[in-house]
Design a protein around this ligand. Structure first.
Ligand code: SAJ
Length: 410
């Protein structure tokens, strides 16, 4: 096999699709992951994550010899850091994975190599890594190309968006930006926008914070409308008829690994200034809590009125509609909270996108609706949209499945 040209550290939701994409253009990619099981899975042409079309891309790349995975990096000329940046207690970003990935390649670096961080990172991380590299390898000072290039793909549509989305690319100097742009140009059809590293880092955080703030506005409206006895879905639809208004949809909170996390990267570094960004996080988190409380209240009202415990259907567990991904899901949080407060009611848990779950006993969605006295819509899956709900059932529609139908709750 020829010498690999690209090393990608981190073979997760972004690293693995990126590795497969680059390998498709017959560039040798050496993927690195600390988890030996992940490495073994990929080398057998299989994948450990759920993403449409990724399985075929990885199988082909491995079969044709352009993608190989190991637990240790090797010498290449381009290094991509695509590791997670979680947050620690008190919502502070944790860049220790970026730090250790950089340390792992430090001894391998040589003049003219390109080092790119793709991981979502607090502002200044790329410069911090540059200082780390040059302090350990002073003979390479100003002889490497160092840049930041965030991804912006939507889970479920990664293989398409990876190629077609525009990218923002920021180097620590002009030549680094140019070199990184030339690298991505080989694989990406979207426009590549040049900037500096700090702006590129902030751009990623701002994109997800912007969406979080907009969702928080919709969630706040849903709380106000619940008190004011106004159908929030109808309200938003009408307000959006204005040519310059585009309100997003309320739901049971914000889930996934990105939108509910990235805003904290700004808030923790700029706590005094980021008032709206911080408040949006609070509102979106509170919305999940509020939904769980609402179920509790309606359940007790039912028992007082009917003199017996209700059957309750909890519809959806995924973090957004029509996917099988339950990571950081507000619907799952609400289901857990409701079940913690269970008091001999019968519960039917529904998630049409998965076969079974190790904690929740799942019920078919039609059966759940037929059995339930109270139907709680947590995720707007397509399956739920055409359900006919008998008038005698109580419906809590937290995600707008029924839109303008007669229902109770935000
Ligand atoms: N949600 C609402 N109301 C809405 C839209 C979304 O409550 O009107 C909720 C969803 O139900 C879900 C959460 O927000 O719980 C996030 O879903 P999403 O589809 O908005 O976003 P993600 O997390 O799947 O992907 C986001 C995308 N960022 C933006 O749209 C700005 C994606 O482009 C990023 O690449 C990704 O985060 C990431 O990796 O950062």
């Amino acid at each position: 096999m020829n010498k690999p040209q690209v090393v990608i550290i981190g073979l997760g939701y972004i690293g693995l699709p990126t590795a497969a994409l680059i390998a498709q253009s017959k560039t040798h990619v050496h993927g690195v992951d600390i988890n030996p099981e992940v490495v073994e899975t990929i080398n057998s042409g299989k994948i450990h994550i759920i993403e449409p079309e990724l399985d075929i891309a990885v199988a082909n790349a491995v079969k044709e010899g352009y993608l190989k995975a190991t637990t240790k990096p090797i010498v290449a000329n381009t290094y991509l850091i695509v590791v997670p940046t979680p947050f620690k207690a008190r919502n502070e970003p944790d860049i220790s994975f970026v730090d250790s990935a950089t340390k792992a390649i430090l001894p391998l670096l040589k003049e003219d190599d390109l080092y790119i961080i793709e991981s979502t990172s607090p502002i200044g991380t790329t410069e911090k890594m540059m200082h780390l590299i040059y302090s350990q390898r002073p003979e390479l000072k100003d002889k490497l190309f160092i840049a930041y290039c965030p991804e912006r793909v939507l889970p479920g549509n990664v293989m398409y968006e990876l190629v077609h989305n525009d990218r923002v690319i920021g180097g620590v100097n002009q030549s680094s930006t140019d070199k990184a742009v030339a690298f991505y140009r080989q694989f990406i059809k979207g426009d590549l926008h040049k900037t500096n590293a700090r702006t590129a880092e902030m751009c990623k955080l701002v994109e997800n914070s912007s969406r979080d703030v907009q969702i928080a506005f919709a969630n706040e409206l849903s709380l106000i409308c619940d008190k004011a006895d106004i159908n929030v879905w109808e309200l938003i639809e009408l307000a959006n008829k204005h040519p310059r208004v585009n309100i997003l949809q309320p739901g049971c909170g914000v889930g996934g690994h990105c939108i509910a996390v990235d805003p904290y990267f700004i808030v923790s570094d700029y706590p005094l200034e980021s008032k709206i960004i911080g408040k949006a996080r609070e509102i979106n988190n509170y919305k999940s809590f509020w939904c769980a409380e609402k179920v509790q209240t309606v359940k007790m009202e039912f028992e007082i009125k009917h003199g017996h415990k209700p059957n309750i259907a909890l519809m959806g567990l995924a973090f957004k509609p029509n996917i099988d991904d339950l990571r950081e899901s507000p619907a799952k949080y609400i289901a857990q909270k409701v079940l913690q407060n269970a008091n001999n009611e019968e519960y039917y848990i529904v998630e049409p996108n998965i076969e079974s779950h190790k904690v929740f006993k799942l019920t078919n969605y039609k059966n759940a609706v037929a059995q339930a006295d109270i139907i709680v819509f947590l995720v707007a899956h397509n399956e739920f949209k055409n359900l006919t709900i008998p008038k005698n059932k109580i419906v809590l529609d937290f995600c707008g499945v029924l839109k303008k139908e007669d229902f109770k709750g935000a």
